[in-house]
Design a protein. Structure first.
Length: 257
C-alpha cells in the first residue's frame, strides 16, 4: 500500500509541476505580484484540512511576508463566539460566518484572496469568496474539480468556489480525496473492505502553495527587486530580518494564533 500511495502522490505532483512549467499558474502569479507591488496582502483562507494551505501561504519560513491567514477560530480569538463553537464542522458550513469573519479583519482594496477547499461547496468557503468578489478583490481558488463537480453546493447562492473565483487551480484530488483501497499492496491488488485511505488534497495543496510562492518571488526578482520573504526565526538574524519587513504591514499580517 505504501508503494501504491507513493505512486498516487508522485503522479499528481509531477502533473502539477508540468502545469506550472507550462504557464498554468501565470494568471495567479500575476495577481499575487500585482497585489504585493501595490501594497496589498495575500489573504489565505481554508477550513478543515485546507487550513494547511493557508499555513503554507502565510507566515512561514521561505514564504512571502505580505500574507495573512484567515481562520474560523478568529471568531473566538477576535470575536465574541465561545470556543465551543469550534467543535465539529458546523462553523465551516455556516453560511453567515463569512460576514462575521470579514468584520474582524482589515482588508485593503489591493488584497488578493487565495481560498482552498477540496469540495469547494461549504458555506464559509463560498461565503468568503462571494464577499471578496463583492468587495472587488481577485479570488484564486485551489479545489478538486473532480470532487466539487460531483457534489451539490451548500450555500444559498447555489454556487461552488470554482464558479466564483477569477482563477481556479485544480488540486487533482479524486472524489472523496482518498486514493488507496485499504489492504492494497500494489497495482491490481484486491480491495479488502471497500474503503479507502491515503488522502492527497493536503499534499497537493501545500505543493501548489509553494509553487505559487516560488513563482511570485521569482517574478519580483526578475525586475531587480528583492522578494519580501521570511527567514526562519530559528537562524541568526531571522527575527531582525522578518521584523523589519513585517513592520510595513503591521496588524494586517497578524500571524495565525
Amino acid at each position: 500500500m505504501f508503494v501504491a500511495f507513493d505512486e498516487q502522490v508522485r503522479t499528481r505532483l509531477s502533473e502539477l509541476q508540468s502545469m506550472a512549467q507550462s504557464g498554468g499558474l501565470d494568471e495567479a502569479v500575476e495577481a499575487m505580484v500585482g497585489s504585493i507591488r501595490n501594497g496589498g496582502v495575500l489573504q489565505a483562507f481554508g477550513t478543515g484540512h485546507s487550513q494547511a494551505f493557508a499555513m503554507e501561504i502565510a507566515g512561514r519560513a521561505g514564504g512571502l511576508i505580505p500574507t495573512h491567514a484567515i481562520a474560523l477560530r478568529d471568531t473566538v480569538l477576535k470575536g465574541d463566539r465561545p470556543a465551543s463553537d469550534l467543535k465539529g464542522g458546523l462553523l465551516e458550513r455556516d453560511t453567515n460566518i463569512a460576514n462575521e469573519l470579514w468584520e474582524l479583519h482589515d482588508f485593503h482594496p489591493e488584497d488578493v484572496f487565495l481560498i482552498a477547499s477540496n469540495s469547494g461547496v461549504n458555506g464559509s468557503i463560498v461565503g468568503i469568496a462571494l464577499r471578496a468578489k463583492e468587495e472587488g478583490h481577485t479570488v484564486i481558488a485551489v479545489t478538486s474539480l473532480e470532487h466539487t463537480n460531483a457534489v451539490t453546493p451548500k450555500h444559498p447562492s447555489g454556487k461552488r468556489l470554482a464558479e466564483i473565483a477569477d482563477v481556479v487551480i485544480d488540486n487533482l484530488a479524486p472524489f472523496g480525496d482518498a486514493t488507496v483501497p485499504v489492504g492494497a499492496s500494489g497495482a491490481g491488488a484486491p480491495e479488502s473492505s471497500g474503503v479507502m485511505a491515503g488522502a492527497v488534497s493536503s499534499i497537493t495543496a501545500a505543493y501548489i502553495a509553494q509553487l505559487l510562492t516560488l513563482a511570485t518571488a521569482a517574478r519580483i526578482e526578475e525586475t531587480g527587486e528583492t522578494p519580501p520573504l521570511y527567514l526562519s526565526a530559528n537562524i541568526p538574524g531571522g527575527d531582525e530580518h522578518n521584523d523589519a519587513l513585517k513592520a510595513r504591514y503591521g496588524e494586517r499580517i497578524g500571524s495565525m494564533a
